[in-house]
Design a protein around this ligand. Structure first.
Ligand SMILES: Cc1ncc(COP(=O)(O)O)c(C=O)c1O
Length: 426
């Protein structure tokens, strides 16, 4: 066993892991482009972009340069009543890319905190307006993070069972498959008409953690319109979908109806430093203005607006302003379409789908389906042995690699996945 693994086992507790069965962690000591290298020098293609965060590839020189330059200038500073150029520049640049009404940027540390902040803002918005609106509408299968607010509006399943007594109330719309759309819109209208809803929160167009599940833009547009009719605040969680993942900079660029708040993280800082953003409107911001301190949004984190993370996000935005990034996104989408035609021919592949840079399907299995399917571990181990780091969601296998993946690397990933599927047929 590697020395790193031995030492890891003594003192490290890993996220989303059942240590009794997970097996040894992969000791990664170096990374470059799409490749991760273990302590023996073996390389692995980072096919899920290290938990969907890495968009431009590891060790991008422009990002490294930005961190070094910023470190020499200003490493960190409190962000309460203090500001700095990188945060201002980032807020200006992002809001310029968003619909005009999204103007105010609140900084936090990750996707969960971005969700937590949005929910707190919505609840306090109604509180400041002296209106009681205790409920939030969400979709079945939602995932918005692991803090209590985020869990309260996420799918209630075996993941968060121990915490359920502590969640606030949320209502769930079934996942909007085409057949159910009409009935769900009727139900949403009935429920929103009660005047009880503070907010609606959705992952636009595609739900990530519940298995890369795509639903229609027209449903989302109709749902948002109904929410608007009853003044329900609309939150788009673009933590996973943001920064090119669905083929456009934001998923909402494909929608006619825009939200009141959006959440960004993951690709925001190109998978290099942690940061989350909650971006909202002047209308919401203005309800927090008062002579009374307690009407303000009294929330913050020690590392709020960290200048190094802001510098990385700005450097990443520079890369998104370079046509080459969009050519790569387009190419990846094209490769996904080609690969899906190939994978479709394998008999145990079902429900193949492509959403921009994401390719996903379910493995038809007699084993348990869903997140706890045994296929997950089998696929993970098979891929790892063959130089690909995959993290399937149960029997849902998907890829969402860094946009700089080469054709050769991409073909290798598809070859390994195909070989895995074929091995199950034997
Ligand atoms: C849509 C969505 N929201 C929120 C989160 C939580 O982000 P984080 O893991 O950075 O807390 C995730 C993470 O996968 C996500 O996919």
């Amino acid at each position: 066993m590697s020395e790193w693994v031995e030492r890891d086992r003594i003192n490290v507790w890993h996220p989303f892991s059942q240590h009794a069965t997970a097996g040894d962690p992969l000791p990664v000591v170096r990374a470059e482009g799409t490749l991760l290298y273990d302590d023996q020098g073996k390389s692995y293609i980072d096919a899920n972009s290290s938990w969907w965060v890495n968009v431009h590839g590891h060790g991008h020189p422009a990002i490294g340069k930005a961190i070094r330059k910023q470190f020499d200038q200003l490493d960190h500073v409190i962000f309460a009543n203090v500001t700095h150029p990188q945060a201002i520049e980032l807020a200006e640049r992002l809001t310029a890319k968003l619909p005009e009404h999204l103007t105010k940027v609140f900084f936090s540390d990750n996707g969960s905190t971005a969700a937590e902040v949005a929910l707190k803002m919505c609840f306090q918005y109604w509180y400041n307006k002296d209106e009681e609106r205790p409920l939030v509408m969400t979709l079945e299968g939602a995932y918005h993070g692991d803090t209590f607010g985020a869990m309260s509006v996420g799918e209630r399943d075996r993941f968060n069972k121990p915490f359920e007594p502590y969640f606030f109330e949320a209502e769930y719309l079934e996942f909007p498959t085409i057949e159910k759309e009409k009935a769900l819109l009727t139900k949403a209208e009935e429920r929103f008409a009660s005047g009880q809803f503070a907010a609606l929160i959705v992952e636009p167009i595609i739900q990530g953690a519940s298995g890369m599940r795509i639903y229609s833009v027209s449903f989302l547009d109709a749902l948002v319109k109904i929410a608007r009719k009853y003044d329900v605040l609309v939150i788009f969680d673009e933590v996973m979908t943001g920064f090119g993942r669905t083929g456009t900079l934001f998923a909402m660029d494909q929608c006619a109806e825009k939200p009141d708040l959006i959440l960004l993280s993951k690709g925001l800082t190109a998978g290099v430093l942690p940061m989350g953003l909650t971006i909202t409107t002047n209308a919401i911001f203005n309800t927090f203005l008062s002579e009374k301190t307690e009407r303000g949004f009294l929330h913050g984190h020690s590392y709020t607006g960290n200048p190094l993370a802001c510098a990385v996000a700005n450097a990443s935005l520079d890369l998104f302003e370079d046509q080459i990034t969009w050519d790569r996104i387009k190419q990846l989408k094209h490769w996904n379409t080609e690969a899906s035609e190939q994978l479709e021919k394998i008999p145990n592949v079902v429900n193949l789908r492509v959403c921009g840079t994401i390719l996903a399907f379910e493995v038809n299995t007699s084993d348990r389906v869903g997140y706890f399917s045994g296929i997950r571990n089998e696929a993970y181990r098979f891929a790892l042995k063959n130089g690909v780091l995959l993290r399937p969601l149960g029997n849902t296998i998907f890829i969402n690699p860094p946009y700089c993946i080469t054709k050769e690397e991409y073909d290798h990933v598809i070859k390994v996945i195909s070989a895995f599927l074929q091995s199950l047929l034997k």
